[in-house]
Design a protein around this ligand. Structure first.
Ligand code: SF4
Length: 197
């Protein structure tokens, strides 16, 4: 069995008990699917967004609506294969009316699923999309305009924070920053383990 297949088995075992999860308030607020994430179980680069929207909730896949289409366009322009990265969210269930997840919802879901996904996948780089994703990851308030593009560390994994694609759709001048940050995260994820002698 390949490492990737082994990690996929671990991810499926992780998800199995939570397909109808009710561990936080989002479990009974109208979600259709628990949207765990998609992509390679052995990804070098992992994206973390805020939570599923209407399209994601309906299809059970992350970033399939307009934000996902923007991500796909950026990936294509940069030569990033979406199948080779992993895309997930801080909370796996859609908040009603697309409200921001509460700190308690983010904290519960992160401990239950995201932290374990990161442990299994062991990406070389995390790229957070939007302020909520970074707030949820770091458990502190964030001013994304000040923090985007500046590398930080989460449990020894480098993090490149950037804007959420939905914000960029509303504020087109921010597209250049989103593209630059994703490019930076991708380049770091491609570094070899060994530095040259
Ligand atoms: S958001 Fe996470 S913790 Fe809350 S019900 Fe959904 S899967 Fe469970």
């Amino acid at each position: 069995m390949s490492i990737k297949a082994y990690k996929q088995t671990l991810l499926e075992a992780l998800y199995a008990p939570y397909k109808r999860c009710m561990q936080c308030p989002l479990g009974n607020q109208g979600r259709t699917h628990v949207v765990f994430g998609s992509g390679s179980a052995d990804a070098r680069l992992m994206f973390v967004g805020e939570g599923p929207g209407r399209d994601e909730d309906a299809q059970g896949e992350p970033f399939v609506g307009r934000s996902g289409q923007l991500l796909n366009k950026l990936f294509e322009a940069m030569g990033i294969n979406r199948e080779e990265v992993f895309i997930s969210n801080i909370v796996k269930c859609r908040p009603p009316n697309n409200r921001k997840p509460t700190p308690i919802e983010m904290s519960i879901c992160k401990k239950l699923l995201l932290e374990k996904q990161i442990k299994i996948i062991r990406p070389r780089v995390l790229c957070t999309l939007g302020s909520s994703a970074l707030e949820g990851l770091l458990d502190r308030p964030v001013k994304i305009t000040a923090e985007r593009g500046i590398a930080i560390s989460y449990k020894d994994t480098p993090v490149i924070p950037t804007y959420h694609p939905a914000y960029v759709l509303r504020n087109p001048p921010a597209l250049q920053h989103l593209a630059k940050d994703i490019q930076t995260a991708f380049e770091i994820s491609q570094f070899d383990d060994q530095l040259p002698e």
